[in-house]
Write a protein that binds this ligand. Structure first.
Ligand code: PEP
Ligand code: MN
Length: 361
């Protein structure tokens, strides 16, 4: 358990803001126009299920040339949201200047995005500015599955005197092709929860899913793990969204989805049996193994096509011997039994040969 004791218990910091757990945060990926922001917020407010309105005002885009947000102008639209609805507001900040501006315009909660959390210099600069303020800060997991980096960001913000902190689980960049935009790796937020007393965790099923189709299942999974809230991207007209169009729901779709979720009365992490947490880890590892196997088969097919074009035999004894001996050594160093490794490789190799034979004939 981390010795950070001054993280305010969820109950207290939620009570301050008149929030209940689990809290629903919704709103567009990006604030695009005043009309889009206000109409989305008004409809979300009417559902009576959403308490916090999110919107990206400065957008961290992977490639240049994409929509980068409306900046300060959009903060004025968020002020109007507060004025015209019961919602409180949150925005992403990535620099000291963002923090100052967000606070100047009365934003209630800040969040730090996945790309920023990956950079300790950027986090320290934010922490140095936050020393002067008392505002809740939500910290997303870094893009890469490094729990130390996530914990480090939480610690830096906490040491700046911020005690209203939440973590947001938005999944991790997949190195293999997967159905989801980001791999959840549920074992990581579970571990984080055991490292910090009182730390609320908010699920971000939108960025894990990458499309609307998996949002419900990922949301339910978060609730089943006793997450303290969900952040779900919502847009008045998702098809026209300037960022993350595929993963945004309309306010009425969101309302419908929430009514289908199962909210349990009390299953604090301590009440979730240890075996369930371990099973979560097994599920996650198995899925990653299957994704790797699928990737291996893709490569096998590419080699198969090459062999066909160049008239090379499918089975190459030398290559096979080399695979067995090098993998046995690699696996043994990892503590795996040599015979076990051989059996698995034989199965995989058989399947690979079969696929290539199919291609050839
Ligand atoms: C976002 O919330 O729109 C966002 C940019 O998320 P992330 O930092 O998780 O990619
Ligand atoms: Mn987004």
């Amino acid at each position: 358990m981390s010795n950070l004791t001054n993280i305010l218990p969820l109950k207290l910091w939620f009570t301050d803001l008149e929030l209940e757990s689990p809290v629903i945060i919704a709103g567009p990926c990006s604030a695009e126009t005043e009309q889009q922001v206000l109409s989305t917020a008004i409809q979300l407010d009417k559902t009576d299920k959403v308490k916090i309105f999110r919107a990206g005002v400065w957008k961290p885009r992977t490639r240049p040339g994409s929509f980068e947000g409306k900046g300060e102008e959009a903060l004025k639209w968020l002020q109007k949201v507060k004025h015209e609805t019961n919602l409180i507001t949150c925005v992403e900040v990535a620099s000291p200047e963002h923090v100052e501006l967000a606070i100047k315009y009365g934003v209630d909660i800040l969040w730090i995005g996945a790309r920023t959390v990956a950079n300790p210099f950027a986090i320290q600069a934010l922490a140095d500015t936050l020393k002067n303020y008392d505002i809740p800060v939500m910290i997303k997991n870094p893009i890469n599955p490094d729990i130390e980096l996530w914990q480090g960001a939480i610690e830096r913000i906490n040491r700046a005197g911020i005690n209203k902190i939440a973590a947001i689980h938005r999944g991790f960049y997949p190195f293999e092709k997967t159905n989801l935009r980001n791999i959840p790796k549920w074992e990581i937020p579970i571990e984080l929860k055991t490292r910090f007393n009182n730390l609320p965790i908010i699920g971000d099923p939108s960025h894990i899913s990458g499309s609307t189709e998996y949002i419900k299942d990922i949301s339910q999974k978060g609730l089943d793990l006793n997450f303290d809230g969900l952040m779900i991207e919502t847009h008045i007209n998702p098809k026209e969204a300037l960022s993350d169009a595929k993963q945004q729901l309309t306010p009425s779709e969101l309302s419908d989805l929430i009514s289908k979720l199962h909210f349990r009365a009390d299953n604090t992490v301590n009440n979730i049996a240890e075996i369930e947490l371990l099973r979560e880890q097994i599920d996650s590892v198995d899925n990653q193994m299957l994704e790797l196997l699928a990737k291996r088969m893709d490569i096998i097919e590419k080699i198969g096509n090459y062999k066909k074009k160049n008239d090379i035999a499918v089975f190459q004894l030398r290559r096979w011997e080399k695979i067995i001996s090098s993998r046995k050594k690699f696996g043994k160093d990892l503590g795996l039994d040599k015979e076990f490794i051989k059996k698995i490789l034989q199965l995989i190799h058989k399947e690979s040969i079969m696929r290539q034979n199919k291609l050839m004939n």
